[in-house]
Design a binder for this molecule. Structure first.
Ligand SMILES: [Zn+2]
Length: 207
C-alpha cells in the first residue's frame, strides 16, 4: 500500500479545490517520526493554496501500531470503503490479537491512540465516560485526556459554554468498568472486527 496519494480537496473558506498529497497510512513502528504528526493532528491539516486557510483532511487514513497490535481506520464515512477496509484487514495474515477500530474524525483517532498508549481498553473507557456523565448529571461528549498522578486518575475533557472543562475519575471506576465488560459476552462480541466503539455503540447496550 503506497503511503501517500493525491486527492482533490475543497477549501472550507474560499471553496477553491486544491490537489494535495494525502497520507494514506502510517505504520508507527516503521516511521516512528510520523507519530507526533498524527497525535498533534498536523498530518490531517492542509493549507489552501489560494487563501492560506488551514483545512482539516477528510480522506481515509489507516493508523497502524504493530507493537501494540492496533489498527485504527479514520473513515471517510462511505460504507463501501469501510467494507473494503474490513475485507482487507480480514484477509491480512498475522492479525490475531489485533484491536481494529473505525473512527470518524482526526480528534477521535487521536483520542483512541491516547487511550491505547495509556494501556487502557477503549471499551471500558466508553463505559467510564457513561458513568462520569451520570456523576456529573450532564449529557456531554467526554474525551479521554490523560491518566494522571500515582493513582492513575483518569481525566476526561469536555466542552461547556465555549470552554474546555475537565472531569476526573478514580482508577477503580475504570477497573470496575473493565470487569463489567469482561463479563458481558454480547458486548465483547460486538467489539470484534473493524468496529466503531463510541457513545452511540455503547448506548445500544444500555437501553
Ligand atoms: Zn481557501
Amino acid at each position: 500500500m503506497a503511503s501517500s496519494y493525491t486527492v482533490k480537496a475543497r477549501c472550507a473558506k474560499c471553496g477553491k479545490v486544491s490537489e494535495i498529497q494525502a497520507q494514506r497510512s502510517v505504520n508507527v513502528q516503521e516511521n516512528p517520526e510520523l507519530k507526533e504528526d498524527v497525535c498533534s493532528g498536523r498530518i490531517f491539516v492542509w493549507n489552501c493554496a489560494d487563501c492560506g486557510t488551514p483545512n482539516l483532511a477528510k480522506w481515509p487514513f489507516l493508523y497502524h501500531d504493530p507493537e501494540h497490535r492496533l489498527m485504527i481506520w479514520l473513515s471517510d464515512g462511505k460504507p463501501e470503503t469501510e467494507r473494503q477496509m474490513a475485507a482487507a484487514i480480514e484477509a491480512e495474515e498475522g492479525m490475531e490479537g489485533y484491536t481494529t477500530r473505525i473512527v470518524d474524525t482526526p480528534g477521535d483517532l487521536i483520542e483512541k491512540i491516547s487511550i491505547f498508549d495509556a494501556g487502557l481498553d477503549d471499551v471500558a473507557v466508553e463505559l467510564c465516560k457513561f458513568v462520569t456523565c451520570q456523576e456529573l448529571s450532564k449529557d456531554v461528549a467526554l474525551r479521554f485526556y490523560r491518566m494522571e498522578g500515582a493513582d492513575n486518575e483518569i481525566i476526561f475533557a469536555y466542552p461547556e459554554k465555549g470552554q474546555m472543562q475537565m472531569a476526573g475519575i478514580g482508577f477503580n471506576v475504570y477497573e470496575d468498568s473493565a470487569g463489567i465488560v469482561r463479563r458481558n459476552q454480547p458486548l465483547l462480541d460486538s467489539t470484534r472486527g473493524l468496529v466503531r466503539i463510541d457513545r452511540d455503540w455503547l448506548s445500544r447496550f444500555l437501553a
